[in-house]
Unconditional design. Structure first.
Length: 79
């Protein structure tokens, strides 16, 4: 490659660096209306109810998900 071509490519890469950094910036949050806030609160409340329901249905702490895969343990044998 010629020197001018290499310099031109390097200049283009340097010129594109701010564009990459600009693309990675976070977007600013928009202002929410009262109606949107109420809708968000209703969604959050429904989510909390579902989570509470799931916690009520969780199996006891000694639950063994592999119990159907393992052979039955004998009374006098090794484990």
């Amino acid at each position: 490659m010629s020197t001018t071509r290499t310099a031109a490519i390097a200049a283009m890469m340097i010129a594109l660096l701010p564009a990459v950094a600009y693309a990675q910036q976070e977007e600013k949050p928009t202002r929410r209306t009262d109606e949107q806030k109420k809708e968000d609160a209703a969604i959050e409340k429904a989510y909390e109810q579902v989570v509470k329901g799931m916690k009520a249905r969780t199996p006891p702490s000694k639950y063994d998900p592999w119990q159907t895969v393992r052979p039955a343990a004998s009374d006098g044998g090794k484990k």
